[in-house]
Write a new protein. Structure first.
Length: 125
């Protein structure tokens, strides 16, 4: 199984998780030059930009550790682009999800709401 196939499995599970909690999926793998957002979802209050990291149970680096300052900046830049192209009154929120996948099944999803914000970045929503 390739890395992209494993990543897609993780994203599929996170989409189902979000839908279970009343979110609609607006976009997946939204890309601009230099950035990508795995999942964009919304409910009546928030537009949520979700970075998904799928890992093996024995992975040395957690999914959260892989989302460094540079990656956060690219996510924020991409979210700003999305909001310019798709204006909304909803409050933006940046979430992360770590999916543990053992090669046969998803063992767990660890979802963090408001994992980071735009403080320190030159983007205003």
């Amino acid at each position: 199984m390739t890395r992209s196939e494993i990543g897609k499995i993780g994203e599929d599970f996170v989409c189902a998780y979000l839908q279970h909690y009343g979110f609609s999926i607006l976009a997946r793998n939204y890309r601009i030059r230099g950035g990508e957002i795995d999942i964009i979802a919304a409910n009546e209050q928030y537009i949520v930009f979700v970075e998904v990291k799928t890992r093996k149970p024995d992975s040395l680096v957690s999914g959260y550790d892989a989302i460094n300052k540079r990656k956060k900046g690219l996510i924020i830049k991409t979210a700003a682009d999305y909001c310019c192209k798709h204006p909304t009154e909803l409050q933006p929120r940046f979430d992360t999800a770590q999916v543990i996948f053992d090669g046969n099944r998803v063992r767990s999803i660890d979802y963090i709401k408001n994992a980071f914000d735009t403080t320190g970045y030159k983007f205003i929503f």
